[in-house]
Design a protein around this ligand. Sequence first.
Ligand SMILES: [Cu+2]
Length: 231
Amino acid sequence: MPQPITEQAEKIENLWVFTLIIALAVFFAVEGALIYAIIRFRKKSDELPPQTHGSTALEIVWTTIPVLIVIALFSYSFITLREVEKKAPEDALAIDVTGFQFSWEFVYNLNELGPGSDPNAEGSFSIIGTAAQEPTFVIPVGEPVEFRLKSNDVIHAFYIPSFLYKLDVVPGRDNRFVITAKETGEFTGQCAELCGLNHALMRFHVRVVEREEFDRWVAEQVQANASVRQP
Ligand SMILES: [Cu+2]
């Protein structure tokens, strides 16, 4: 399983482990009872064993336990989902991600580069992948980063396994999510929705770096990137 590298991914992993523990407990309880009953009450003679009808206590128990389990799973899932799908703070770094057949474009607006960036700054720069070159984009560690997903052709899915999270990129829909990376490094993502013949080429990379390095990278991009639109 991929190592979760965001605060949100950690919460998702905790929910997964919680669900797994309950599922294993139910599995072993049910299979254990089944195996016990098969051995303990196997046919020993042709005599009919004593017949019992109904047991209020037992029925209350086997109704109450599943209800409690469902309530626990529902509550914890609901709490986790609310955390994971929280809106981005006003001043968060925002990246416009466009999935297209068959790569990705990552657009950074100069007025949305995170806390402290000039709200009146105009222009943007973008990282565009090609069939020959998988795109790599950069985000700072320890800060909320919002991804706004767009598509102009078909449905893609933005998936970085280390985020333990995946969101469809749907034409005409404003799908967005926020993550806060906890560790630096380079991680690979890919399109996770079969979107055509060269779907498999839609790989991309994210580099998580310290803020200073991110600012340096932005400055380089602004200088080098031909698509920067100066006011
Ligand atoms: Cu795709």
